[in-house]
Design a protein around this ligand. Structure first.
Ligand code: AMP
Length: 210
């Protein structure tokens, strides 16, 4: 099963990708996570990526596509995978067809911008294991501390209000056209992403098991 989740930053792609990955036993590939690993490594490339990501802009297609092509070769992708955060523009979508052929389904998670701004300002991630929380919708048992590993919870620098606004502009101008690209192939399912995490997961699982 080859799936792509599309949606603006904060639409819940990462959360739903994790649920689907567990349910269907397929790999979850987040290009944001692959890039953050590069940043953590502290290499000159990592430093360059850090400043682009902090500004809310997109990293160059060549760098992301190379990381993705490498990741897809891993054993855990043999049964299939869910792409989260890729493709981010039409040129990446064309590149993806060249690498993996046609996809089985593209899920478009739709959420209004105002709700995104509220969601992202409460988003926290664990500095240790990367687990995600939300101060209102998915709080940790103990404030500021990760339930899974006890690590400190932080606000990702690209989740800060001014950056979120810019990331939404980038989404509408560059990523939204990717939905049209896949609509022409007739493989897009639109999901209302403003509901609870559980409701969305149920709908997605039903849809994909059909
Ligand atoms: P995400 O975790 O998917 O929200 O991605 C965080 C940041 O990583 C984005 O704001 C971009 O700067 C960068 N990024 C992630 N995926 C891509 C991609 N497919 N193309 C370009 N930049 C990306």
């Amino acid at each position: 099963m080859k799936l792509v989740l599309i949606g603006c930053p904060g639409a819940g792609k990462g959360t739903q990708a994790k649920v689907l990955s567990r349910h269907f036993g397929i790999a979850h590939i987040s290009t944001g996570d692959l890039l953050r690993e590069q940043v953590k490594s502290g290499t000159p490339l990592g430093l360059k990526l850090k400043s682009i990501m902090e500004s809310g802009g997109l990293v160059s297609d060549d760098i992301v596509s190379e990381l993705l092509a490498e990741r897809i070769k891993a054993d855990d992708c043999k049964k299939g995978y869910i792409l989260d955060g890729y493709p981010r523009n039409v040129s990446q979508a064309e590149g993806l067809t060249a690498i993996v052929g046609e996809l089985d389904r593209v899920i478009d998670i739709e959420v209004p911008d105002e709700l995104i701004i509220e969601r992202m300002s409460g988003r926290r991630s664990c500095g240790g294991c990367g687990a995600m929380y939300h101060t209102k919708y998915n709080p940790p048992k103990s404030e500021g501390v990760c339930d899974s590993c006890g690590g400190k919870l932080i606000t990702r620098s690209d989740d800060k209000a001014e950056t979120v606004k810019h990331r939404l502009e980038v989404y509408h101008s560059q990523t939204a056209p990717v939905i049209d690209f896949y609509n022409k192939k007739g493989i897009v399912s639109e999901i209302d992403g403003s509901r609870s995490i559980d409701d969305i997961s149920k709908e997605l699982i039903e849809l994909l098991e059909k």
